[in-house]
Design a protein around this ligand. Structure first.
Ligand code: NDP
Ligand code: 2IT
Length: 445
């Protein structure tokens, strides 16, 4: 790392002890930015990096609610409003027992650059709770969401901060959150949340957008080597919103997705995953992946273990951070891997990224490859602002244009900075320069 940046990075790490995931993303981004500071001394003079690493606002609050047995439950809620240089804070809410401030800050920091890359007018933020939705009834989820919004509502708004979904937060939760916001404020403010239902202000394609976008970005990478998804053998991790839609799109483009996972285990279906069955089990029944095995022939379910033990030519990690380590990466590379498209945020460890890059594997980092979700959220905001709703075909076309544009921008920036094909460098520099210019233009705030 450039020595000037390393000193700033060390201060950031020391000021934010114990936030491992935040340290990891700051280090990764700083690693890319040395050459930018040679060309743009004004960024150092303007303390852009020091400002960028300090969230504009961090909100931590108590979320009390009652479970179905009448017991009192207390969770912790977070919203980190990281950077508003390009627009209102924008980013998802994650409900998962592992959530803590360091995880929300890593996600919020990534979101700043991702949102800049989309070309849409959105700043970066993230939030969530250590609430565990697993095994909770609909009524419990609703009471939790209502309590969460009873605090959050005062901090958000269509021009201020616009949350959406992430792990553990999908259409159901956004519905309960929106209902409570409307009730407290007495305003039908569609643009305050994205990922809404289609009949009440949501956008077509938003549910599919992250997974579809990841595949579109990966297809663009494959094209640079004269390849496509046609005939590829694909392994996907996770079986949630991003994973399911990535599987659907990869198979629509002619690939065979042979495996996917949840946090308990993984399935191998050599004939190609039956997406309708997967949706039925995971989205409608809210069941476990294990249930898939009994309902389709020639499928094996492996309890525990790693889905990365299955050979693939294309790997799409779509579950969570640091789920693919250096050993898994090396094994995939030895067995014929061509490309990795990150549907999740920071799913590959630093070691894994190094292995992929040294082996010349096409590697699309999350902040570029999974930006289709938030980009389509911005399209939802556009539709809300104009009180319009677009067709599926039109919205998908916009998503495709955006993903192709992000690929081009990352690729052109990597070329410009002398490291062709390095999408990590391209994404970090391209996102950073846009935000840094806007921050300087807006003065010391
Ligand atoms: P979902 O909650 O719909 O699905 C998450 C999936 O990942 C589930 O299969 C879950 O398994 C698995 N998973 C979650 N945590 C872990 C863990 N600690 N270990 C192993 N498996 C785990 O979330 P999404 O699909 O929305 O999100 C997946 C990833 O994509 C996240 O990194 C998210 O930040 C990122 N992302 C999401 C976007 C969106 O629009 N939703 C946009 C851009 C990125 P189980 O059911 O067993 O918990
Ligand atoms: O990580 C992400 O980009 C998301 N969870 C989606 C955020 C959004 O505002 O749609």
């Amino acid at each position: 790392m450039d020595a000037r940046l390393e000193a700033i990075r060390d201060t950031v790490l020391a000021r934010n002890p114990g936030e491992g995931e935040f340290h990891q993303t700051v280090t990764e981004v700083f690693d890319s930015l040395g050459p930018v500071h040679d060309r743009h001394p004004e960024f150092l003079e303007g303390a852009v990096l020091e400002r960028l690493c300090e969230p504009e606002r961090q909100i931590i609050f108590r979320v009390p609610w009652t479970d179905d047995a009448g017991g009192f439950q207390i969770n912790r809620g977070f919203r980190v409003e990281f950077n508003s240089a390009l627009g209102p804070y924008k980013g998802g809410l994650r409900f998962h027992p592992s959530v803590n401030l360091g995880i929300i800050k890593f996600l919020g920091f990534e979101q700043i650059f991702k949102n800049a890359l989309t070309g849409m007018p959105i700043g970066g933020g993230k939030g969530g709770s250590d609430f565990d939705p697993r095994g909770r009834s609909d009524a419990e989820i609703m009471r939790f969401c209502q309590s969460f919004m009873t605090e959050l509502y005062r901090h958000i708004g269509e021009y201020t901060d616009v949350p959406a979904g992430d792990i553990g937060v999908g259409g159901r939760e956004i519905g309960y959150l929106f209902g409570q916001y409307k009730r407290i404020t007495n305003r039908y403010e569609s643009g305050v949340l994205t990922g809404k239902g289609i009949s009440w202000g949501g956008s077509l394609v938003r549910p599919e957008a992250t997974g579809y976008g990841t595949v579109i970005f990966t297809e663009e990478m494959l094209k640079t080597r004269g390849q496509s998804f046609e005939g590829q053998r694909v392994v996907v991790s996770g079986s949630g919103n991003v994973a399911i839609n990535a599987i659907a799109k990869a198979q629509a483009l002619g690939a065979t997705v042979v495996a996917c996972s949840d946090s308990s285990g993984y399935i191998v279906d050599e004939a190609g995953i039956d997406v309708d069955l997967l949706r039925q089990i995971k989205e409608i029944e809210r069941g476990r992946l294990k249930d898939y095995e009994a309902r389709r022939s020639a499928v094996s379910y492996v309890e525990g273990g790693s889905v990365w033990d299955i050979d693939a030519t294309v790997a799409l990690p779509c579950a969570t951070q640091n789920e693919l380590d250096g050993d898994a990466a090396a094994r995939l590379v030895r067995n014929g891997l061509l490309a990795v498209g990150e549907g999740a945020n920071m799913p590959s460890t630093r070691d894994a990224v190094a292995v992929f890059q040294q082996a010349g594997i096409l590697f699309g980092p999350g902040k570029a490859a999974n930006a289709g979700g938030v980009a389509t959220s911005a399209l939802e905001m556009q539709q809300n602002a104009s009180r319009d709703s677009w067709s599926f075909a039109h919205t998908e076309e916009r998503l495709t244009e955006i993903m192709v544009g992000i690929h081009e921008r990352c690729s052109a920036t990597a070329d410009e900075y002398g490291d062709p094909g390095n999408y990590v460098l391209g994404a970090n520099i391209s996102g950073f320069v846009k935000v840094a210019d806007a921050m300087l233009a807006q003065g010391l705030i």
